[in-house]
Design a protein around this ligand. Structure first.
Ligand SMILES: NC(=O)c1ccc[n+]([C@@H]2O[C@H](COP(=O)([O-])OP(=O)(O)OC[C@H]3O[C@@H](n4cnc5c(N)ncnc54)[C@H](OP(=O)(O)O)[C@@H]3O)[C@@H](O)[C@H]2O)c1
Length: 253
């Protein structure tokens, strides 16, 4: 999957570089070039994505952003990109469809990154062997507050959270990894564990969270995913940490 957003408003915030560019970026940063591939995991129930796509046509506001920010020069590899190295970006959910692209993009921009993953092995499978000075990997399940050791957040300047599970029951709910646990408990735990010094927290959310009782979003929300995402969003909003919330519509290759 790739970031193929329906709403053009999203494009500047989440650029969708061609896969070939991302692959090249990963190769140039890997110590084992042959092992590197941008394997895009099939994720999310097809029905869920389809419903998201349908809903996308009906909602225009997809991005909410807090004002007056602390962004530094050098964002996105533009002018001043050399300064990007002063950042340490924590990516949560970096093995997912969006997360993989985020990590590849950070690597291609020489931005130091740290991943919080339930299964750290997935990082080397996806991103190849990376030097620790470039990419660090920690094991954590956001549902467990005890996993979120303050050490994991030391030095982190920015956080991008791309966690999620399927909207409808699936194998990915195994072990109670449901929308309630991931999109609400997980986000609340993560945000509560973050130091207030974080310059910006980006939360990947979903279209329809303000209208989950209305057709067509009520279909997507049958098991509560939009309601819990909204609760997670509100927690972010009230956290005191500068934030950007991105409300995705359907994502497809
Ligand atoms: N795909 C779409 O069409 C679409 C549309 C609208 C909104 N969204 C939302 O956009 C976000 C990103 O979407 P996506 O398609 O990239 O999601 P995805 O492919 O399902 O990836 C989800 C990521 O979250 C991680 N994760 C799940 N449960 C976790 C937990 N308990 N602790 C830590 N990490 C956990 C997964 O890691 P594991 O490898 O450990 O499972 C995976 O890396 C999600 O919030 C999704 O709901 C997606």
């Amino acid at each position: 999957m790739a970031v193929g957003c329906f709403n053009p408003v999203l494009s500047p915030l989440v650029p969708s570089p061609p896969r070939s560019r991302l692959r090249a970026a990963l190769r140039s940063h890997s110590h084992q070039p042959t092992a590197v591939s941008l394997r895009l995991l099939p994720s999310g129930a097809a029905a869920g994505r389809g419903t998201w796509r349908l809903a996308a046509a009906a909602e225009s506001q997809a991005v909410q952003e807090q004002q007056a920010r602390t962004e530094e020069p050098g964002e996105a590899g533009g002018p001043g990109a050399a300064e990007a190295s002063s950042k340490l970006v924590l990516v949560v959910g970096g093995t997912g469809g969006v997360g993989q692209l985020v990590v590849a993009s950070l690597l291609s921009r020489n931005i130091k990154s740290r991943l919080l993953l339930r299964d750290p092995e997935k990082a080397s499978a996806l991103f190849g062997k990376q030097d620790e000075s470039v990419l660090q990997v920690y094991k954590a399940d956001t549902r467990n507050p005890n996993d979120l050791d303050p050490l994991m957040f030391e030095g982190v300047t920015h956080v991008i959270c791309c966690t999620g599970t399927t909207a409808f029951p699936s194998k990915r709910w195994d072990g109670e990894n449901t929308p309630e646990r991931v999109d609400w408990d997980g986000i609340r735990n993560l945000v509560s564990a973050l130091p207030q010094t974080i310059k910006r927290l980006v939360l990947v959310s979903s279209i329809g969270v303000t209208k989950y009782n209305e057709i067509p979003w009520s279909i997507m929300n049958l098991f509560g995913v939009l309601k819990y995402k909204k609760m997670g969003e509100d927690f972010v909003r009230n956290s005191g940490i500068p934030f950007t919330i991105i409300r995705y519509s359907g994502l497809e290759d």
